[in-house]
Write a protein that binds this ligand. Sequence first.
Ligand code: ATP
Length: 429
Amino acid sequence: MITFEAVSKTYRDGTTAVSELDLVLPSDQVSVLVGPSGCGKTTTLQMINRMIEPTAGSISWDGTPLPQIRRTTLRRQMGYVIQSGGLFPHRTVLDNICTVPTLLGWSRARSRSRALELLSLVGLDRSLAQRFPAQLSGGQQQRVGVARALAADPVLLLMDEPFSAVDPVVRADLQELVKGLQRELGKTIVMITHDIDEAMIMGDQVVIMRVGGRIAQMGTPDEILDRPLDDFVAGFVGRDRGYRALTFAPAAGLPVARIRSVRSAASVATGSSPAVVVDGEGRPLGWADAAHGSTLLPLGATFAAETDTLRAVVDAALSSPVGLAVAVQSSGRLAGVVSAADALEAVRRRRLQVAERHGSAVAAAPDDGDAPSADPATLHEEAGPPADPAAPRQEVGHPPTPSPDRRTTPPPDGAAPAGPADDEREAAS
Ligand SMILES: Nc1ncnc2c1ncn2[C@@H]1O[C@H](COP(=O)(O)OP(=O)(O)OP(=O)(O)O)[C@@H](O)[C@H]1O
């Protein structure tokens, strides 16, 4: 745990970059510093590995004041990743990764073996080991930068805008890589970004800073999205914050209703309700609707019933041509559907839960009406297995289009929907 107590940094020209900062960066978590340009993020980060010394206050690591730890010892235990990887251009990938082990006096064979191991860990082919940085893509360079920072197995990783130089797709891959490494290796990570979305995705704790090096708000992503402390934070987290907050609400627990599945759009009879067209493995391909004859309608986005978030459900419902979000199992098989109305109802309940958590007068909420309890346990209950396995789990509420058909019994998961009897089926997770 890194602790800042009343830390200030004023540069020689009189610029105060950080002012009386009190901050705790917990071990084994990702803390993200985010804020406008010049608010003191880099100064704060570089005071952790003593590239910059504070002018007032104290910083300690697990209770030991940093000045009591030799700089070399400190930096050996703190990996540092910067924008574009910060690689030495005239050194090969392998030599770049071996930088710290070489400084530590490791044998060539040990350093090399560690570097090759790290290449695999960050998802790069070993054949890249002898290339120079200029012969790599931006994303690959950044992966090498992460590998280099991990070379001596540091306890803590400092990352200064590590993904800002790559396109959004590569950026998402790198975010996933670092989150995965953090889960796997249990590192403490302190990261800087300009991008509030990235902060919300990556951070267990998010620290929003304002110019002058002061904290505007600190908390978990959902706390900040749900309850911005002031206009500065509300403005910074942006207008979509309600929608983004759904990223932190799990979809597991939503009522997933059965839906008829067919193997061909042409098999939907006139007048019948929409059905999901599936392939031979039971994976959804699109929608069939009698009004559109044998045309396969686009599926829209799908969501993973067990692991996705409410944001994915709402997105799937809004992108569905029939207003029903299609849930899939981890195998990719059709699990069932959630109506846009049920997804919005879950959003409303979540809002009430948040208000309750923050001590608002939930009972007096004007839209509480005769809605079911906002207790999270209730949400789960609704999604629990029905007493009669043949009975529908839950009706799709208030569908904007005809409700899903519930005539047939769902097959057990894993049964392939093949043969004439399986041409029409129903699925619910
Ligand atoms: N060596 C320096 N001498 C004088 N002022 C400096 C020095 N380094 C940074 N500053 C100033 O301190 C303030 C904070 O800078 P810092 O780099 O910590 O901010 P930042 O939030 O990381 O900015 P950015 O997001 O643009 O990288 C800025 O006003 C900057 O101009």
